[in-house]
Design a protein around this ligand. Sequence first.
Ligand code: SF4
Length: 186
Amino acid sequence: MGLEEKLPNGVLLTSVEKAAGWARARSVWPATFGLACCAIELFQTGGPRHDLARFGMERASNTPRQADLMIVAGRLSQKMAPVLRQIYDQMSDPKWVISMGVCASSGGMFNNYAIVQGVDHIVPVDIYLPGCPPRPEMLMDSIVKLHDKIINMKLGKNRDRQITELENARLGLSPLQVISPGGSQL
Ligand code: SF4
């Protein structure tokens, strides 16, 4: 938001941060991005048994411009990676990413050239959710943790700088780390 960059530091900004964080945490709209079997658990989380509507999140957006949470559910192929990045770039700011399942977080058992070895090589990830697949209860737990993060989020230029640093650090990582027999990284 352009307004945030004009806010002064101090008591006023602290109060605005708290109010904005509270409002944002209770109005997160997820973008649908199911890639593999984890997506079945993601869909189940939106059903009446688990009821994402209690968090105000029942509206899964089919246009990224009306979404601010990307849940990457499943393994990401190299071919699909530019599409994922494009959708992320089109989402409205501020935005968050949950990496759902071991395949999305690290490539999982697909340790090969076709699968991205962690979606954090493509987009900055806020929450890593383990499991194969994670149960809907686990996804809801990660959403609650994300809400805590949003409530305590900084505003303005500090937030932009934090995102840029995190993203550059992730993009600089090697997709596959090869360790020599002596223990040093090749
Ligand atoms: S973590 Fe398991 S359930 Fe999820 S996409 Fe990978 S293989 Fe499928």
